[in-house]
Design a binder for this molecule. Structure first.
Ligand SMILES: Nc1ncnc2c1ncn2[C@@H]1O[C@H](COP(=O)(O)OP(=O)(O)OP(=O)(O)O)[C@@H](O)[C@H]1O
Ligand SMILES: [Mg+2]
Length: 243
């Protein structure tokens, strides 16, 4: 993907979640956002994915110039896929229905085509045995994998993942990270935020360090993790890599 975000500002009351943030990426498959809590990663993901509009600044992703027009933003949003930290699935629907329903209601598939595509998406990730289960009957890791199967079922242009493993224990984290790696290798463009530095380094083509609503540093993983230039980034990495 190609990304040009210029001078983005987003305020919630007096909080400047994005504070003149600029970020560019040229022909990147996986862009990873890291940084301290409250730094603006989730806000940036929501703005880049068209879930929210920035107060000021411009975003261009591939051929889309994002604008504040609700209809255009909705059309753009539909092209993308999303998965957040938790609470992704409808609790009263089976895994299969969770995937089929948005295909029907949002993407305009017939019920039969939506069901077939949902089955295919579950099988792709080896989740077919869980098709008839409710989210409460699945582990956290399985729920997130179903969430990912849903997010990619309509072949999104860009997949946005906001800390997809932060609510999981280490083993479940591993199974979700493996699935994300597999999607990446299949050619899916992804923008994700994570606190898993090992994963960020392994999967990212470009790592952006977000702090206080700005990009402090943005570089390929080898240089950002190997020799970070920003003092803030150095301090952050030396703290989170210590344990
Ligand atoms: N909907 C909202 N309403 C009010 N304040 C918000 C909202 N969303 C984010 N903020 C504030 O904006 C700032 C950036 O938050 P954001 O969630 O983007 O950070 P983050 O980097 O994703 O943090 P974390 O690593 O904890 O997920 C924080 O100060 C947060 O409290
Ligand atoms: Mg966040």
């Amino acid at each position: 993907m190609k990304l040009d975000a210029i001078a983005l500002t987003k305020c919630y009351g007096v909080t400047r979640a994005l504070d003149g943030l600029s970020l560019s990426a040229a022909s990147v498959r996986v862009l990873v956002l890291i940084g301290p809590s409250g730094g603006g990663k989730s806000t940036l993901l929501r703005v880049l994915g068209g879930l929210e509009s920035a107060d000021a600044g411009t975003v261009r992703i591939n051929d889309h110039q994002l604008c504040a027009d609700p209809a255009a933003l909705q059309a753009y949003r539909r092209k993308n896929g999303f998965l957040f930290q938790q609470f992704n699935l409808f609790p009263h629907l089976t895994a299969l229905r969770n995937i089929a329903l948005p295909l029907e209601k949002v993407h305009g598939y017939s019920p039969a085509a939506a069901r077939a595509l949902a089955e295919q998406s579950l099988s792709r990730f080896n989740l077919q045995d869980h098709a008839a289960k409710l989210p409460s009957q699945l582990s956290g890791g399985q729920q997130q994998r179903v969430g990912i199967a849903r997010a990619v079922a309509h072949q999104p242009e860009v997949l946005f993942l906001d800390e997809p493993t932060s609510a999981l224990d280490p083993e479940m984290t591993a199974e979700v990270l493996e699935l994300i790696q597999e999607i990446t290798e299949a050619g899916q463009d992804i923008i994700l935020s994570t606190h898993e530095m090992g994963f960020a380094r392994a999967v990212g083509d470009q790592i952006a360090f977000v702090a206080a609503g700005k990009i402090e540093e943005s570089a390929p993983p080898a240089s950002l993790f190997g020799a970070p230039r920003s003092p803030l980034c150095q301090r952050f990495l030396s703290r989170v890599m210590r344990y």
